[in-house]
Design a protein around this ligand. Structure first.
Ligand code: F6P
Length: 325
């Protein structure tokens, strides 16, 4: 492909997600194929402000497609929220001769990219977060791995809950969104799932579901709680008060953010990385890479972030039907 773009930077920002390394690899190798030089920016937007760079060539991304975390490190930068910080980051781009930046991360990362584009720097965002909460895309890199990790953990919990005939309350990540909890809850056959998108009533949505499951013959119960909906400790306490059970509480926490990416995350990261470089090479800016119906495409960041994302109503309906069984 003929392009005026000669050199680009790539960075990861915000919470890491399995598959970010696969995306970095794809950006580097796609760019090299298109005759574009790539500079790695370490520690996200903070690194761009400080000129914290790492030269990248094809071999610098060898053996990382299967690795969790991010070889470029990541950070959340307060300074980049200020105009002075953004100006310093733009100056780094000018000093290094960067024609564009590929920023891999969540919506905070994209807002940063948007801010930088106002200084005349071309930017493209790749969605990478286990929360899957980016409005314009059905899929974010890391979601599938995090969901599978949580499912594996809850399957293990179920073994011991079954032996002891206990109730388990598990808190999963997702920040303000319930996509991870809903997906995981459905995958493990949870007795009840609480998500922040739907207001819950403890008696109706937890106690009654456990009661129904018990009346149906079950003697162990898995309750999945999205961190944005409630605290697993509080839910556990209410279960004791209302039902006299002695639940065990597990907060999965950052374990969900690590580990080898699944094949799905590697493939999505590779496709999105390629698309991001192609978009920059075509001279576009202020874009975000999205995936819907297994198609990968780009969209204006502003437009993408302004959209409203809701839980899939069909999935929620099915989950409700499965509760208390
Ligand atoms: O956005 C990813 C995420 O893991 C959320 O699910 C969680 O709420 C948050 O990051 C945790 O952030 P930190 O790594 O700063 O503790």
């Amino acid at each position: 492909m003929e392009t005026a773009v000669k050199r680009i930077g790539v960075l990861t920002s915000g919470g890491d997600a399995p598959g970010m390394n696969a995306a970095i690899r794809s950006v580097v190798r796609s760019a090299i194929k298109m005759g574009i030089e790539v500079v790695g920016i370490r520690r996200g937007w903070a690194g761009l402000i400080n000129g914290d760079i790492k030269p990248m060539d094809s071999s610098s991304v060898s053996h990382i497609i299967n690795r969790g975390g991010t070889i470029l490190y990541t950070a959340r930068s307060e300074e980049f929220r200020t105009e002075a910080g953004q100006q310093r980051a733009a100056n780094t781009c000018k000093l290094l001769g960067l024609d564009g930046i590929v920023a891999i991360g969540g919506d905070g990362t994209f807002r940063g990219a948007q801010a930088l584009s106002k200084y005349g720097i071309s930017v493209v965002g790749i969605p990478g977060t286990i929360d899957n909460d980016i409005v314009c895309t059905d899929y974010t890199i890391g979601f599938d791995t995090a969901a599978n990790t949580a499912v594996e953990c809850i399957d293990r919990l179920r073994d011991t809950m079954q032996s002891h005939e206990r109730c388990s309350v598990v808190e999963v990540m997702g920040r303000h969104a319930g996509y991870l909890a809903l997906y995981v809850g459905m995958s493990v056959g949870a007795t009840a799932v609480l998500v922040p998108e739907e207001e819950y009533d403890f008696k109706r949505d937890v106690a009654e579901q456990i009661r129904r499951a018990r009346l149906g013959g079950k003697t162990n119960f898995q309750i999945v709680v999205a961190e944005g909906a409630a605290s697993a400790v509080d839910v556990g306490r209410q279960i004791t008060e209302e039902l006299g059970l002695d639940p065990r509480i597990t907060i999965l926490g950052h374990i969900q953010r690590g580990g080898c990416p699944t094949a799905k995350d590697r493939v999505m990261a590779t496709r999105m990385g390629y698309e991001a470089v192609k978009v920059l090479a075509e001279g576009k800016t202020n874009r975000v890479i999205c995936s819907n119906d297994d198609k990968v495409f780009d969209m204006d960041i502003e437009e993408g972030l302004a959209m409203h994302k809701t839980l899939n109503p069909e999935e929620y309906e099915v989950m409700e039907a499965m509760s208390g069984t």
